[in-house]
Design a protein around this ligand. Structure first.
Ligand SMILES: [Zn+2]
Length: 64
């Protein structure tokens, strides 16, 4: 019996990303950009969007 099959659905979708903590955001800002809220981990401008149409975390978190 495949036990993995019984827990299907417990993992969140890949789009449900964990937001970075404030320390990380400050580091990114010091580097002049921000990671996008994208499963690919795209690097964008602080107020930008990645090629997949995902906004930067600063936008998602309402910090910009
Ligand atoms: Zn992306």
């Amino acid at each position: 019996m495949n036990q993995n099959a019984t827990i299907e659905g417990q993992d969140g979708p890949r789009t449900a990303l964990c937001p970075p903590d404030l320390e990380t955001l400050i580091e990114w800002e010091a580097e002049g950009g921000c990671e996008a809220a994208c499963p690919e981990g795209c690097w964008v401008e602080a107020d930008g969007y990645c090629p997949h149409g995902k906004p930067s975390w600063l936008i998602v978190l309402g910090l910009i």
